[in-house]
Design a protein. Structure first.
Lengths: 401, 66
């Protein structure tokens, strides 16, 4: 580590950053390799926070993503508690919160996203669930015995609702849309999921966008878009995430709701790469930049950037989007991406039994598949989506399954 | 002969590996661990099994090439 600009510096020690480091060593990069971790304790399996760790009766710390032996064996220098404050692309330095200036030949931006804050009228940020510290606060809600109001009907909101109900906590979920996750799942699957939550005692306010939250003597008053006021005791917000690009503003690296990259992970600045949740690629379908906040995407894209740097290549990373969610003991897998207006076809099982494969598409185009229970179908549909197969191919695969 | 092993000390039956290659990995209902259902991996399995090894948040999978 130092000012000599001959090494690789990776900023961020979660899935993408560590996978980039592994990828570099995997194909023979032997130079200096430094990973900056803003958090004092090592990177951990973040998806577990809103899944089993919140539901567990005993508090258990999230597991580190890499053992010390793994890092030592690969010569990966992980600096815990070192966040990046700025990037100097002319002198090729990363400046840290400790005032260090670390030289680089290549730098990988993998600072990910932070939970979008929701701030009360009194100026207090509501608890959310994104980091290890958030988990401790969320677990206190779970054990307080008081009802909890969740703002946001996305994956985090629904997973937290499920985890809190499993601990016997009274839960009300405020959801801006008419049906949670209807865009991602289609009405039939989203309707079934909503029913699953209702059957497990979750209360809903649907079509209820939150306008403002005000502290009161007994908790919080949540003002909704239709003028109603929901009186809440404890509140937790899960309203999405924002790319952690503050430290790059003014650096010369192109930003557009994330760090803009090409398909290989390169930014507009030579030697500066980005991977994981923060990387925003041009989406040919919509003509804008977009990011993916998916675990497997971060791992594989991070690795690809590592390989590209080590080999002096610019190989594109293309994979089928994959995300999973655990709610009330069921795991829902989403492959590809359902688009607005898509037809949803049940090709295996039945939605009402929680054991199904539903494909999403339009015309003869296959866009995605949602799978619950029938996990053997996942590999089949992932291959079809990767190959650009048609909706008919998907129906044929289901018929022969 | 190539196979994949699960470290019982690290595995938390998370199931990402099942999502990537459900013909090799399984989490039986109630099981605290992932089980490997295919002892000898074929050429066709390797790409996806390698991805599962990389994706495991607990880093509990290991490819044993022999």
């Amino acid at each position: 580590m130092g000012r000599i600009n001959d090494g690789v510096v990776i900023v961020g020690a979660s899935a993408a950053g560590l996978s980039a480091a592994d990828g570099l060593r995997e194909v023979g990069y032997t130079g200096p390799l430094t990973v900056l971790d803003e958090e004092a304790e090592p990177g951990y399996d973040r998806p577990m926070l809103s899944k089993s760790l919140l539901a567990a009766e005993e508090h258990s710390a999230p597991a580190p993503l890499r053992t010390e032996e793994h890092l030592a064996a690969r010569g990966i220098d992980l600096l815990a508690g070192h966040g990046a404050m700025g990037l100097d692309i002319d002198r090729r330095l990363v400046v840290t919160n400790w005032g260090e200036a670390i030289g680089w030949r290549h730098v990988v931006v993998a600072t990910g996203v932070t939970a979008r804050p929701m701030v009360t009228a009194g100026g207090t940020a509501l608890p959310t669930l994104r980091t290890r510290a958030d988990l401790a606060a969320a677990r206190r809600l779970a054990t307080s015995g008081r009802p909890v109001t969740l703002i946001g009907g996305g994956f985090i909101g629904l997973e937290v609702a499920s985890a809190l109900r499993s601990r016997g906590v009274e839960v009300t979920l405020l959801c801006a849309t008419g049906l949670p996750l209807a865009g991602a799942l289609g009405d039939e699957v989203a309707g079934w999921l909503h029913g699953l939550h209702l059957a497990n005692g979750v209360r809903f306010e649907l079509g209820a966008a939150t306008v403002s939250v005000k502290e009161t003597a007994r908790g919080h008053d949540v003002r909704l878009a239709d003028g109603r006021v929901h009186r809440a005791t404890s509140v937790l917000a899960g309203i999405g995430a924002e790319p952690a690009t503050d430290w790059l503003i003014g650096s010369g690296v192109e930003l557009d709701h994330g760090v803009v990259t090409d398909a290989a992970g390169r930014t507009n600045v030579e030697g500066v790469w980005a991977a994981g949740d923060i990387a925003a690629r041009r989406d040919p379908l919509h003509g804008r930049h977009r990011r993916f906040e998916h675990w497997t995407h971060a791992v594989e894209q991070g690795r690809r950037v590592g390989l590209n740097i080590a080999r002096g290549e610019a190989t594109a990373y293309d994979a089928v989007p994959y995300v999973w969610t655990e709610q009330f003991g069921l795991t829902l897998h989403l492959l590809g991406e359902r688009r607005p207006g898509d037809t949803d076809i049940v090709v295996e099982g039945s939605v009402s039994t929680g054991d199904f494969v539903v494909v999403h598409g339009a015309g003869d185009e296959l866009h995605g598949a949602t799978v619950c229970g029938r996990v053997r179908a996942l590999r089949t549909y992932r291959k079809l989506l990767r190959a650009g197969a048609s909706l008919n191919d998907a129906l044929g695969a289901a018929a022969s399954a | 002969m190539t196979s994949v092993t699960v470290d019982p000390g690290r595995c938390t039956a998370y199931g990402i590996c099942v999502g990537i290659h459900p013909e090799v990995f399984a989490v039986p209902p109630g099981s605290p661990l992932t089980v490997v259902t295919r002892d000898v991996l074929t050429e066709d399995d390797l790409e996806d099994v390698r991805e599962a090894v990389r994706a495991c948040p607990a880093q509990a999978l290991r490819l044993v090439e022999g």
